[in-house]
Design a protein around this ligand. Structure first.
Ligand code: E4P
Length: 218
């Protein structure tokens, strides 16, 4: 499973990239608005750091507007993926963009039929939003698992991105249900390295080494 970082913060992106764990980035209008940089400038900065797909979302809601914005955004860097919301106009745009060779991440997916429509439209990535589904008392992970089975069963090329991840349990379940990608906030990604027994183990190894006066290795 690939890790995407769900942020537009360039410092966080550089840090995770340096750790060798960054397979891509997802942004959305909220994440871009949180940063004090222009949209194009920030997407170009991210694409200069990250080799993998970088999702940048259109804000037009009509088909023509989406097409214009998508072509513009896709021209900013080779690895830009255009994020398009799940609406009839959005899926029409997704189909047209896929035919033009522009990759689309179908976003705001909350049901299996929506995911199927996105796959049929030719979306390269499909993003079910786990946390927001859990928030309304339903099971977000079940939708991710169903989406993975759906693309496998019907042999679509689309990759499922487990999105709207709220913590470690969502990441563990995404791995178990064979999600192709999990897009995670910075704090969740950093927490994946940690386990209290790892810290305890390092501590006791160091104590034993030092009490035996073994000195430095080099
Ligand atoms: C995915 O691409 C979205 O940017 C994101 O995961 C939304 O998550 P949220 O529900 O925490 O805003």
């Amino acid at each position: 499973m690939k890790f995407f970082l769900d942020t537009a913060n360039i410092e966080q992106i550089k840090e995770i990239n340096d750790l060798g764990q960054l397979d891509g980035v997802t942004t959305n209008p909220t994440l871009i608005a949180r940063e004090k940089a222009g949209f194009r400038q920030r997407i170009e900065e991210i694409c200069a750091v990250v080799k993998g797909p970088v999702s940048a979302e259109v804000v037009a809601l009509d088909y023509e507007g989406m097409m214009k914005e998508a072509r513009e955004v896709a021209s900013w860097a080779e690895n830009v993926v255009v994020k398009i919301p799940m609406t009839p106009a959005g899926m029409k745009a997704t189909k047209a963009l896929a035919q033009e060779g522009i990759s689309v991440n179908a976003t705001l997916i909350f049901s299996l039929p929506q995911a199927l429509i996105a796959a049929k439209a030719g979306a390269a990535f499909i993003s079910p939003f786990i946390g927001r589904i859990d928030d309304i008392g339903q099971d977000g992970m079940e939708l991710v698992a169903d989406c993975v089975s759906m693309v496998d069963n019907f042999m679509f090329d689309s990759e499922i991105i487990a999105a709207s991840i709220r913590g470690l349990p969502h990441v563990i379940e995404s791995i178990r249900c064979r999600a192709h990608i999990a897009t995670v906030p910075y704090s969740t990604l950093m927490s994946l390295f940690k386990h209290p027994l790892t810290d305890k183990g390092i501590d006791s190894f160091m104590k034993d080494w030092n009490s035996a006066n073994l000195g430095k290795i080099i």
